[in-house]
Design a protein around this ligand. Structure first.
Ligand SMILES: CC(C)(COP(=O)(O)OP(=O)(O)OC[C@H]1O[C@@H](n2cnc3c(N)ncnc32)[C@H](O)[C@@H]1OP(=O)(O)O)[C@@H](O)C(=O)NCCC(=O)NCCS
Length: 220
């Protein structure tokens, strides 16, 4: 059960580390809680918050397992408690093979009403169609528990991720459905390369070229 409370978090007490496989379910639960009200999720998983979070948790349960197997999941912990999660998929892995697609599609059909299945499919097709051809690390999902937001935890997760991209001289790519997040990602050197309406909601596609170092980005 995720507690709802406002927490004072000194930056020094935030620990960022790779998540082990034993915490995948917890990561999916956290992400479903943190991303429940994102506009695309409201459109894709339904208006009722409880149903939406439940469906999203199943969807993200599969996604985090895939991300863990094909990249890395970072966790942000405060006093040992997991309060934020960020996923990073290796180049080429954001286009799953046939068996992974079939498993993913089966999970979506089994856990969502038919109308939502079609909406989820439309959403994922728009995102897939905007995926850059050039090799890239695909960043996401990302969320911090509401009670821990605006304390620098999301920024610490992204800094860790960008430092890894810089070490690898790699391109990073992500999608977002919130304008406020666009400004957040811009501070790390991401730039908008496209946008589209997804189920009626504005979405932005952003890339961080390999030459950008963390030190070049403001506020980092
Ligand atoms: C985006 C998110 C991970 C940021 O985590 P966080 O721990 O609050 O981030 P930080 O405290 O490190 O930084 C906050 C920054 O996020 C941006 N931001 C995101 N949402 C914001 C909001 N509702 N109000 C103000 N700023 C917001 C601002 O740029 C802010 O920078 P500032 O504090 O210097 O003004 C968190 O807001 C979240 O979980 N959102 C819901 C899920 C989501 O949208 N995930 C991203 C999907 S692409």
């Amino acid at each position: 059960m995720i507690r709802e409370r406002q927490i004072q978090t000194p930056t020094a007490s935030i620990e960022i580390r790779p998540l082990d496989s034993g915490r995948l379910e917890q990561a999916a639960t956290l992400l479903a809680h943190g991303m429940r009200d994102n506009p695309v999720h409201v459109e894709a998983f339904g208006a009722d918050p409880a149903h939406r979070q439940q469906r999203l948790a199943r969807f993200l349960g599969h996604l985090v397992a895939y991300v863990q197997a094909n990249g890395q999941l970072l966790g942000a912990c405060v006093d040992g408690e997991l309060v934020g999660v960020l996923g990073m998929m290796k180049p080429g892995r954001c286009r799953p093979g046939l068996m992974d697609w079939l498993r993913f599609a089966g999970m979506i059909v089994a856990n969502n009403p038919p109308g939502n299945v079609l909406r989820i499919r439309r959403w994922l097709s728009v995102w897939a169609n905007n995926d850059p051809v050039e090799p890239h690390w695909h960043i996401g999902p990302l969320a911090v528990l509401p009670a821990y937001r605006r304390r620098g935890i999301g920024r610490r997760l992204m800094s860790h991720c960008c430092a890894q991209m810089d070490e690898l001289s790699a391109t990073a790519y992500l999608e977002t459905d919130m304008a406020i997040n666009v400004a957040f990602y811009e501070t790390f050197g991401f730039v908008v390369i496209g946008h589209a309406l997804v189920l009626g909601t504005p979405n932005w596609f952003m890339i961080r070229p390999p030459s950008r170092r963390l030190a070049d980005a403001p506020h980092s």
